[in-house]
Design a protein around this ligand. Sequence first.
Ligand code: FUB
Length: 444
Amino acid sequence: MQRHFLLLLALGITTILFAQNPLILSQYTADPSARVFGDRVYVYPSHDILATPGHGRAGWFCMEDYHVFSSANLTEWTDHGMIVTQNKVPWVKPDSYSMWAPDCMYRNGKYYFYFPSTPKDSTMGRGFAIGVAIADKPTGPFVPQSLPIKGVHGIDPNVFIDKDGQAYLYWSQGNIYAAKLKENGLELASEPTVLANLPTQGLKEGPYLFERNGLYYLTFPHVENKTERLEYSIGNNPLGPFKMTGVIMDESASGCWTNHHSVIRFKDQWYLFYHNDDLSPNFDKSRSIRLDSLFFNTDGTIRKVVQTLRGVGITNAAKPIQLDRYSNISDKGATVAFLDTADRFKGWKTIFEAPGAWVQYNSVGFGKKAYRSVIAKARSATGGTIQIRDKDANGPVLAEIKLPKGEEWNEQKAAVAKLSAGTHNLCAVLKGGGRAEIDWISFQ
Ligand code: FUB
């Protein structure tokens, strides 16, 4: 891993992030369009920033550029840096801070990045246009076209290439629109059509179309009640007709008004990328992308995806295991809070304050290595003991970590019992009473 990290540094790639949900802790991210290119997953999200006086509109979405992130295992993400920025796109109104949800497709050896923004030419009409930037690699450099796509007015572009090679562009503007794209990916090859049979009440946006077993799934966020939830319809053709079929994800319990998603199949598993407001619970225009597994029923319908903190993938036992991104938590005495409310990008901690309080963290990969100790970055105002157990709160004790009384964060080490090779679910349990806080644990 160390060598891999150094190689990426040598290639000029700066940030490597080890993630559960949310996936990215170095910046706000939203509207994740995930794509599988080769043996990696690339995510093209929106990049929310906070408006400041003279830069963007306070209290509203504010985005000036895009980054692309990639991963080979969905748990370690690389930030490849900024790929397109508003004031370097010839047609975008300077400092309009409206670089909303994008998408990307690969075609004929090139990567086409589609993004909406406010055009500087007011004769194009009010609202958003959609433009394209082209690159030789999924990470850029992307060269923006001088004009947006003719005949397209709206936001949330989504591209789909059917098995016969025909590409389609979807977007939203009250309704959801679709049109064929020419081979060059830059012009419409058919008149835009409004996709019919979708809900007529409540905002719909963010279309995302994918195909599975000959069925075309038109998926989109829709406000059925108070905030957006993810819904889908199924058809036999990329342009429909579609039949409303169900809900992929309920409204976020956090109250985050928007959701926006993409669906991919990677290494024989389907995944749903979406967003919530994890890093900004009081302002839902500063969002964070997330990822959970998605499953189909035998009749092709989608099983509802429940949002988790744990997310997907196997966490390497030798890396920081963020227990606060738990798979399960005891009813009483265990809670999660920001490490530093003045800098939420530092992430979270787990607080234990009742005897037997626990958090369970699933799928930790130990491989074949014999680990001898576990380290916990922790503190305890009372002094206390955290047990690390195998499987669940009643499973075999693997280690007992003694935390001295104090306010300072320290890395405390304890011996680990022999553990079988492979992947384990772990549980951290407060033994006896007192109060303990854990940032992360890691095995050596
Ligand atoms: O990110 C700005 C807008 O919020 C997107 O374009 C919508 O889909 C919603 O997520």
